[in-house]
Design a protein around this ligand. Structure first.
Ligand code: PLP
Length: 387
């Protein structure tokens, strides 16, 4: 199998798994227990928090553990809105967010907030001027993702943050696709709240965190005991949190080592595709984007058909957003960038990771053009365009 779907999930690093294993069996203590057996688990959790704080350049107290990126987004957005003293009713987000942000805002709309879903330009970027014009005196919170999961496009979060801080507006960023892939420095970035997920950077599924800048009030969304300083109740997922800590430690040490190698493989893949397949385009090719991601639009062919044919050949990719596959809706990200429906339907995402090799990319460059050619021969769209 050639796995090119790392934006959907990554394999847990073997060093992560090794670190987690004892906490299922011999070290099963509850970190809230007062006895030393429980306190051993507590110490391991706090060590994990330390590794994450080091990766994010923040204080340990600013990290709140959650069950993943989705819960992190819910807690960061809803938790601060509930706690804020500034009682404005206007919120801003972008139209290209992951559903774990978009649907939180759609729910808030039903609950009486007014939400502006900002458009993006044809590159998939928020324009700072558009944001500035959308802000109102009663705007309380803005959420814009750090990097898009489908296209890899990076949003201008630094510029956005500085603008918002001048106006006293809270800024949240869904950084699930960026954490562990690119360096992020919360001590200098103008960010109040940030969400991340372990399984997107070599950790286990079922763990994530919110970075919540100190002095920002946040109400728990899961209510119960006094875990995470009263910000998220429930006995900690000890093995997964420890795994996430190890993944953060590895990312912090190796972040610069892999960027160049993976980036070169992605570039080779793109050059090969452009050379061997007519009528394709790479979305936002010349825009600042994640070095591991390539979103390809192939004319006259359905993304799902390419995905299934590649799967049959042992190559695992994604068509548009994983969350929308299974439904016939084209990617909301591509539509927001202004691509017509028929182009958006022909999208396929390659997302690379640490395990990928040059040999694998060579195989993809041999198989993918053949798959496209075969599908185009049977394509009703192609036939239509020729008549
Ligand atoms: C995967 C992803 C999420 C959801 O994270 P989970 O840990 O799977 O809940 C949120 N936002 C983005 C951008 C993602 O890629």
């Amino acid at each position: 199998m050639i796995y090119l779907d790392h934006n959907a999930t990554t394999p847990a690093d073997p060093r992560v798994v090794k670190k987690m294993l004892p906490y299922f069996s011999e070290k099963y203590g509850n970190p809230s227990s007062v006895h030393s057996f429980g306190q051993e688990a507590r110490a391991a959790i706090e060590e994990a928090r330390h590794h994450i704080a080091t990766l994010m350049h923040c204080h340990e107290k600013e990290i709140i553990f959650t069950s993943g990126g989705t819960e992190a987004n819910n807690l960061a957005i809803r938790g601060t809105l509930e706690a804020t003293k500034k009682k404005g009713r206007h919120l801003v987000t972008s139209s290209i967010e992951h559903h774990a942000v978009l649907n939180v805002f759609k729910r808030l709309e039903k609950e009486g907030y007014e939400v502006t879903f900002l458009p993006v330009n044809s590159d998939g970027r928020i324009e700072i001027q558009t944001l500035a014009e959308a802000l109102r005196p009663d705007t309380v919170l803005v959420s814009v993702m750090t990097a898009n999961n489908e296209s890899g496009v990076m949003e201008p979060i630094e510029e956005i943050g500085f603008l918002l801080h001048e106006r006293g507006i809270l800024f949240h960023t869904d950084a699930v696709q960026a954490v562990g892939k690119i360096p992020l420095d919360c001590s200098s970035l103008p960010i109040d709240l940030l969400s991340a997920s372990a399984h997107k950077f070599g950790g286990p599924k079922g763990a994530g965190f919110v970075y919540c800048r100190k002095n920002i009030r946040i109400n728990p969304q899961i209510v119960g005991g006094h875990h995470e300083k009263g910000r998220r109740a429930g006995t900690e997922n000890v093995p997964c949190i420890i795994g996430m800590g190890k993944a953060a430690e590895i990312a912090h040490q190796e972040i610069n080592k892999e960027v160049f190698r993976i980036g070169a493989l992605r570039d080779k893949l793109e050059e090969g595709i452009l050379k061997s397949i007519p009528e394709v385009r790479i979305v936002s090719k010349n825009v600042l984007r994640l070095y591991n991601t390539s979103l390809v639009l192939v004319k006259y062919v359905e993304g799902e058909a390419m995905l299934l044919n590649l799967d049959f050949e042992g190559i695992e990719v994604s068509s548009g957003s994983a969350c929308t596959s299974g439904s016939l809706e084209p990617s909301h990200v591509l539509l927001a960038c202004g691509y017509p429906h028929e182009d958006a339907h022909g999208s396929i995402r390659f997302s690379l990771g640490k395990t990928n090799t040059e040999e694998e990319i060579n195989t993809v460059l041999e198989v993918f053009p053949r798959v496209v050619e075969k599908l185009r021969k049977m394509s009703p769209f192609k036939a239509q365009s020729l008549t």
